[in-house]
Design a protein. Sequence first.
Lengths: 450, 447
Amino acid sequence: MSDRYLELVNRGPTAALATRLGLPRPALLRRYSPGAPLVPGPVLVVHDDASKGDADAVADALVGWDLDVRRHAAEDERVGAVVLVLTEVASPADLGGPALAVGGVLRGLARGGRVVVLSRPASGAGGDAVRAAARRGVEGMLRSLAKELRGGATANALVVRDGVAVTSASVLGGLRFFLSGRSAYVDGQPLEVVSHGGEAPTDWDRPLVGRVAVVTGAARGIGAAIARTLARDGATVVAVDVPTAGDALARVANEVRGTALQLDVTADDAGARIAQHVAARHGRLDVMVHNAGITRDKLLANMTPDRWDPVLAVNVLAPLRITEALLEADAFGPAPRVVGVASTSGIAGNRGQTNYGASKAGVIGMVQAWADRLAEAGGTINAVAPGFIETDMTAKIPPLTRQVARRLSSLQQGGQPVDVAEAIAFLASPQAGGINGQVLRVCGQNMVGA
Amino acid sequence: MADTPDRPARARAPRSAPPVTTRQAYVLAGNRIPFARAGGHYNHVSNRDMLVAAIDGLVARAGLAGERVGAVAAGAVLKHSKDFNLTREAVLGSALAHDTPAYDVQMACATGVETIVGLADKIRLGRLDSAIAGGVDSASDAPVVVSEPLRRALLDLTRARTPQAKLAALARIRPRHLAPVAPTTGEPRTGLSMGEHQALTTAAWGITREAQDELAMASHHNLAAAYEAGFFDDLVTPFRGLVRDANLRPDTSMEKLAKLPPVFGTRLDTPATMTAGNSTPLSDGASAVLLGTREWADEHGLPPLAAVVDAEMAAVDFVHGREGLLMAPAYAVPRLLARNGLTLEDFDVVEIHEAFASTVLTTLAAWEDDDFCRERLGLPGPFGKVDRARLNVHGSSLAAGHPFAATGGRIVATAAKLLAQRGSGRALVSVCAAGGLGYAMILEAAA
């Protein structure tokens, strides 16, 4: 699924032409590869006065990762990333100083650079309206800042629940995720850290070593990318797809040196068969990724049961039933991770997708409702919400509509399946144990459904 | 070669005890690609590509990518001479580790069973811990043979050193030599096709058209029901857009089958009963079966499906008309069961390869026939009756198709899974083959 325009404006003589014509130039995104530098230059840590303690702790952690950490912006120096710590900000009046300090270095931000904001949720300010306004203000600033950045740079925030230290596993794990190429297509997103749960991996390049992961819909597209990404991060992958996709599934399973399980996720015994398979082959299950999904688009006025029912059955009823069955069967290991795949269509809606929208919003309902249940089991349940991703599914969209959809995000391009896979691999990792019941959008800050 | 008649058939006492074994060999998993009709979905697909697909699907199911398996043995009945190392080439093209040894086996339609039995024996003797047995055949991509005079002239041409000698070799070629010799499944010694041979046996045993059509219909309905129930979800991997066996007709009926004209035995004195509906079509496909010890299975988290207990080959003299071409299993099974102290009632699953519906029916009839069992088998009376409710319960070759060397793997994987689902019991597998060959095998549910 190639984006010809993206290639033309970035390579060869057409790139120069595009510049002279003043055409929009979506950047080649900085994506993760094992061993590559975490950030493309020094990291500047900025904070408001009240958050100095937290900023110091975060800076120490960054130094611990062998990063070149700066506490003050130097004239004309290029930076790879800015970490803006605003966890203790008490009033909107205190935002100006740190915000303008960040603004001062944005022109020197490297291609593929990062701005990561650490803040706290407005809901945690209690009756303190001034503090709540400041916290909410941080989020508003973030969304606009992300839209301002160019050159494949992104801005995201970790919203750390009150009482959770900035040095906890998931704050640092999330910080690392946002700084790295793994979050290439995540932009303008606040991600909440709800607890101090989770732990730093022994090897940041292979955080899933020893974990057993099941991925549904793994034969192609985003599912195949998830299988590859989890395997790259060290997981043993059980690739699941319908029997009719068995040949593609076998190729993926063999490529990642995992196992293929031909299974219709809507079958009554799907959960039991997954539980049986992982119990026999691997002794347990650590990561369950509900990726299998279908579309049967039609305006509601023209909708038929054969278009409505399968979409709900595959996209949301199957994840509900399979997760329930796995929990009932006690199939999970000590720190389960369940990841659902929602969609920006489930957040903002999309014409012709009432069925799909219902199913994908349903996934969000599921992860929010089961967060406590998974927490009791020592685990988490979260969802990712992809926007426009270059897959077989989106390749079927008419060319003009497809071009428009691609350019409608801050990154001016569609995402790749691997971008969704990276977000899922992060949520499945040990360092994301404090992130639970959340929905992370992987949409390049698409204008739709903000 | 002089054709000396055999000594008259003589009843021989079966061996008194089952073979001595050191350890068990288990069927751990099976896989095949859907079988296609010749000239259909897999037209122009090579044996090698189909065998790779069958092996890769098995490797994916068992999680063996990049691993070295003890050995892979497979074969094809219709084989190009360029495929002299077919199985090794398939392994090199597969997801298995490239240091996995492999070799070819060929025993007509019993190739699949022989690879399984041979590898199981090696496992039982401690020479292997794991193995993959396979089989493949393509009637679509069959080798085309040139006429003998043309072949000899071409060979002489390649050896000729002078222009005169080259011209002399070429000058011997006549236009009529250029017609290719079509591939055939005819018996070299009788010139009769397998169907014509079976027509003789069918007539001799008086097997009716109706009985054959009933068996064919049951095969289609049973196979279709098994697909619907998901039985083949972990036994079949789609290939080249084909998801289920192309020959399968879930909606076939006695009425539809009755409409088909007879194709074999039309020149006999008796009414011709064998049609395209109750005979297997020429087919393309491949299968593979994973075998191993319990320890190896445990290490890989693979629950054993069934143990390979024992097997027996047989052959009959069809050349002089003493026995029907495909009747050897009728001899192999009684010998095998006697050796193991078993009767037909001791089997919960019976799989008899449906080369033709009448092959199954003549075999069953022979075992129930007092004269046949006394005179040919040397038994004191009828061998016994197969409970039809236990026979080919998930369909067989009439519905699935019959890519010769791939059939054994299909049957053994199905029988092993049936036993695993039951959790106990025994399965009997019987396969007839060209050349008057037959093979019988006993599987037992893995305890």
